[in-house]
Design a protein around this ligand. Structure first.
Ligand code: MGP
Ligand code: SAH
Length: 282
């Protein structure tokens, strides 16, 4: 499959020390995911095909949006139950990746530094964000505690032809963070399932596992360029308070006019605009 990004001289020095490939210490392992992947089934591989018989009813609405999550869904994409309700829609993941990829672009020469960054995807799930980071950035460290979902992310990255730029790491991001070097950290932690919508205002202290503040503080051991993907019912002032001394930009992420989530950008990545056109030949 032809790659989207190109034209970087082979063996060129990387722009920053932190974007060099690094050796990772893998944290404690988890058992295989209990969930079985739902991929396309033979009678369901065409666009507009009827919903999969294997899908639990409460997940059907996600199945109906499957091509919003992965435009190449019918080429062998795998998703399990948690993956269905957590995966970032492809258009949003693409937007985030394109914005982050500008980090080392000096804007005087469009090609200089463009995309030459290393991104940690701290909660890679089935790979919605990881795949787009790999399409737009030099290197991705994709972490998940769930071995089954990590394997699905790898499979899905292979479908998109970008697995070779991704280092898949099984482990707990909180434990791994002090060992990592990267230019940007992306945080899309579990929100506690679709029930997140029941609260009028989502409390970042109510995230399962650890609070929003704990995740951001941990990410900042790696870089002050931190991007969080969080529930749409978060309050902007709560988001900004996660790193009050850093530049901050908050985005509302919509698909077809429907608000899906919010993204908060901290650090240098908060200071430049939304999307730079891809440099010619990139
Ligand atoms: P949703 O509200 O469950 O779906 O999640 P949707 O399609 O908006 O349904 P509606 O009926 O409420 O309109 C919206 C988006 O949030 C999903 O597509 C995921 O990208 C993201 N998302 C949802 N959850 C429960 C999580 C989560 O736990 N973790 C992460 N990282 N993302 C989630
Ligand atoms: N952005 C992803 C979805 C992330 S869902 C996508 O687009 O596909 C959140 C993921 O975080 C789940 O897969 C869950 O297994 C993982 N997770 C939970 N706790 C974790 C931890 N401590 N460290 C790393 N991953 C974790």
């Amino acid at each position: 499959m032809p790659r989207k990004r190109r034209n970087r001289a082979e063996g060129a020095d990387l722009r920053s020390e932190s974007s060099k490939r690094i050796k990772l210490v893998v944290g404690k392992t988890q058992s295989q995911s209990q969930s079985q992947p739902h991929g396309p089934q033979p009678e369901e591989t065409a666009r507009g095909a009827p919903a999969a018989g294997r899908m639990p009813n409460k997940l059907r609405k996600y199945w109906d949006q499957r091509f919003d999550y992965f435009s190449r869904f019918d080429e062998g994409i795998q998703i399990d139950n948690e993956g269905w309700y957590s995966v970032t829609p492809e258009a949003i993941a693409e937007h985030t990746a394109r914005r982050i990829a500008q980090l080392h672009n000096d804007h005087s020469s469009k090609e200089e530094g463009y995309g030459r960054i290393c991104v940690v995807d701290a909660f890679c799930g089935v790979g919605g964000n990881t795949i787009k980071f790999a399409e737009w950035c030099e290197h991705v460290i994709a972490i998940d505690v769930d071995a089954g979902r990590l394997a699905m992310a790898r499979n899905n990255a292979e479908v998109y032809g970008v697995a070779d730029r991704i280092e898949f790491v099984l482990g707990d991001f909180y434990e791994l963070a002090p060992t990592l070097k990267a230019d940007v950290v992306f945080l899309s932690p579990p929100w506690g399932g679709p029930e997140y919508q029941k609260a009028r205002v989502f409390d970042l202290d109510s995230l399962p596992i650890r609070t929003g503040q704990q995740w951001v503080d941990r990410a900042r051991l790696i870089s002050d360029n931190v991007v969080c993907f969080l529930p749409r019912n978060c309050r902007p002032e709560d988001l900004a308070a996660l790193a009050p001394t850093l530049p901050c930009d908050i985005e509302m992420n919509r698909i077809n006019g429907f608000l899906k989530a919010v993204s908060v950008y901290f650090g240098q990545v908060a200071t430049f605009g939304s999307i730079d056109p891809r440099p010619a030949g990139f």
